[in-house]
Design a protein around this ligand. Structure first.
Ligand code: PA5
Length: 398
């Protein structure tokens, strides 16, 4: 993983005071344990758990046609990010992986219930709190379906939750369902490398050990991640309130969605933080690219660049298609900086579990540091809880 800072001007320079603040943050992060469980990859998930997940996923792969991942927010965005980044564009995986419980579309759930008719189904419901509305509704419907259609339904459900508390954990114990644990000290958006993300990723067939190894190899990235956090802080201080997660490989679309949640939920509080948006290029160069070039000066970009991909030689250009994609990426960075939209370019070698593991760890570390830099609690989400409270009040009235 390499970062190119050439397109941001002087924003990389760290002042003495900022350096002191970063050191203080490092001290806090070394001392504080609560909600920092993701920092030590081997504490978040033991090798025994990894083995268990891997063996279970091998069994599941052969036992179903459709594997349904039920979860919302941090309980599904991470696994979707990795699966989509590694999924070939046009081939059907076996089992087919379907996400549910990430919205409240009754049309979606009805269609899904029709679609799985006659198929061998496996459910993985993921919820740290065990009480979130969307996955609860989807799970109730799908579990009832399974109970009705599958004599061995108990063997075809895995519940991923905080195994020590919550409704879902109690329910799983009562029903005799298999439970995988999300550690207490790991919040939803930091949980992709716990059982929450690893089990579905493993069912998809990804080498989860390589993914973890990539993350582990970044455990010493504190200062690099702090540099990224400082640059983002400088952007915010100069009124660049919108950050585009830009990518030129469409497979990274869900990864950008994961980043969006990670940074928005970690830092967007107390009237502070940057609004992250998802920016697929070159597609968007023909739409909101206009705004990036000539609109208000509120934008900057973090560009995810993939060095090597499957490639095609284009005789007409005497170049490969990927080379042309890279030329566009670079020229857009030049053009946008002229239009006062700076970019930070983060390059990975290729789309592999190892490289994605590195990115995950780096961005998690940087999001947390950035939260401390803004003097907000990086690990709560009172804004998310605010609307939930109102919805629950309304539902209670019914
Ligand atoms: O990052 C977070 O904490 C949230 O996005 C949660 O992941 C999301 O609200 C889902 O919560 P839960 O896993 O408790 O169902």
């Amino acid at each position: 993983m390499k970062i190119n800072w050439d397109f941001i001007g002087n924003e990389k320079i760290i002042s003495e005071a900022e350096y002191k603040k970063i050191e203080a943050i490092q001290e806090i992060m070394n001392k504080e344990k609560s909600m920092l469980g993701w920092k030590d990859v081997d504490v978040m998930i033991s090798s025994l758990e990894v083995e268990e997940i891997w063996n279970l996923s091998k069994m599941v792969r052969n036992a179903c046609d459709v594997f349904i991942v039920i979860g919302v927010g941090g309980s599904y965005l991470g696994s979707k990010a990795i699966i989509d980044a590694l999924r070939p564009y046009f081939s059907k995986s076996t089992p087919e992986i379907i996400f549910a419980g990430h919205q409240l579309s009754s049309e979606y759930l009805s269609n899904l219930l029709e679609y799985i008719e006659g198929k061998r189904v496996f459910l993985n419901v993921i919820s740290k709190s065990g009480k979130t509305l969307e996955p609860t509704i989807a799970f109730q419907k799908l579990y009832t379906y399974l109970k009705k259609h599958d004599l061995e339904y108990m063997k075809h459900v895995v519940v991923t939750t905080d195994s020590e508390s919550g409704f879902l954990s109690t329910f799983a114990k009562k029903e005799g369902l298999k439970v995988l644990n999300i550690p207490r000290e790991v919040g939803g958006r930091f949980s992709v490398l716990s059982a929450a993300g690893l089990f579905p990723i493993s069912v998809f067939g990804v080498d989860i050990k390589a993914l973890l190894q990539g993350a582990r190899s970044m455990e010493g990235c504190f200062f690099e991640a702090a540099q990224y956090a400082i640059v983002r802080k400088h952007m915010e201080d100069s009124l660049k309130f919108v950050e585009a997660y830009t990518f030129y490989e469409e497979k990274l679309s869900s990864f950008a969605a994961w980043l969006q949640q990670l940074f928005a939920e970690t830092q967007g509080k107390n009237k502070k933080g940057i609004l992250p948006i998802i920016n697929p290029n070159t597609t968007n160069l023909h739409s909101i690219g206009q705004y990036f070039q000539e609109g208000r000066d509120i934008l900057f970009e973090t560009v995810l660049r993939v060095e090597k991909t499957k490639d095609l030689f284009l005789e007409e250009y005497s170049q490969t298609m990927h080379q042309i994609n890279q030329i566009v990426l670079e020229q857009v960075a030049y053009a946008h900086v002229e239009g006062n939209t700076p970019s930070i370019i983060v390059t990975i070698d290729s789309l592999t579990p190892m490289e994605l593991g590195k990115l995950i760890y780096f961005f998690e570390m940087s999001a947390a540091i950035g939260g401390y830099l803004l003097d907000v609690d990086p690990f709560n989400q009172p804004g998310v809880d605010a609307y939930k409270k109102l919805v629950n009040q309304e539902l209670k009235k019914l």
